[in-house]
Design a protein around this ligand. Structure first.
Ligand SMILES: N[C@@H](CCC(=O)N[C@@H](CS)C(=O)NCC(=O)O)C(=O)O
Length: 214
């Protein structure tokens, strides 16, 4: 398996965590998202991922895109240890937690969106950061409520083993710290993030430990 990603990409970071939690071996190829206007826009990469986004997972001659779809593929191909609980309603809960990050926070603050704000609409740096913080805190306020006090929240987002929701949470918090967001209103999120970062699977996946980290 080969993962086309970028050290700072939170969507690629999710998949790296999932691969590590499953104990799988993979090669990586870096797609530099900013060099020369962004390598993701090159014809070669677009031919495997027409959305020009990372990650892409190559499995022999097949190219899989979209981090959540890739992780569901990994889960189905390698069921142990599970990223999703067995119970149907619990599976829906974990997917909802993951999607609240992957669909409702991350896309609004993605590189191409921030670039569009600055380069096309002409917003200044302060307005761009206020956009970033607004959508992040809107999402995290809700996520904190979804986690805090829910009987199924444990050391991790669901129970006492890491799963799909945790693979999304940790990269989002990494990003939030990178953009100096105040995370003190989110004690449950911070507790879970800390528990995750104590695990080797998460540490090995972190941006600073990737070969393309600069
Ligand atoms: N929904 C996609 C999002 C992928 C995505 O947005 N990747 C970002 C990096 S985290 C990217 O490639 N950005 C390039 C750009 O914005 O030009 C997924 O989960 O895989």
């Amino acid at each position: 398996m080969k993962l086309f990603g970028y050290f700072r990409s939170s969507a690629a970071y999710r998949v790296r965590i999932a691969l590590n939690l499953k104990g799988l071996e993979w090669d990586s190829e870096s797609i530099h998202l900013t060099k020369d206007g962004g390598k993701q826009y090159g014809d070669k990469y677009r031919s495997i991922n027409p959305q020009a986004l990372v990650p892409t997972l190559q499995e022999e001659t097949t190219y899989l895109t979209q981090s959540l779809a890739i992780m569901e593929y990994i889960e189905e191909a390698h069921p142990e240890p599970p990223l999703l609980p067995r119970d149907l309603a619990a599976r829906a809960r974990v997917r909802a937690l993951a999607l609240s990050i992957a669909c409702d926070i991350h896309p609004l603050n993605n590189l191409r969106v921030l670039k569009y704000l600055t380069k096309t609409i002409g917003t200044d740096d302060g307005t761009r950061m206020s956009w970033y913080h607004h959508w992040l805190s809107t999402g995290l306020d809700a996520l904190e409520k979804m986690l805090a006090g829910h009987p199924d929240t444990g050391s991790f987002c669901h129970g006492d083993s890491p799963g799909l929701a945790d693979t999304c949470l940790v990269p989002q918090i990494f990003n939030a710290n990178r953009f100096d967001c105040d995370l003190t209103p989110y004690p449950t999120i911070l507790r879970i993030n800390k528990n995750c970062l104590e695990l080797k699977a998460f540490q090995a996946a972190s941006p600073e430990n990737q070969p393309d980290a600069q």
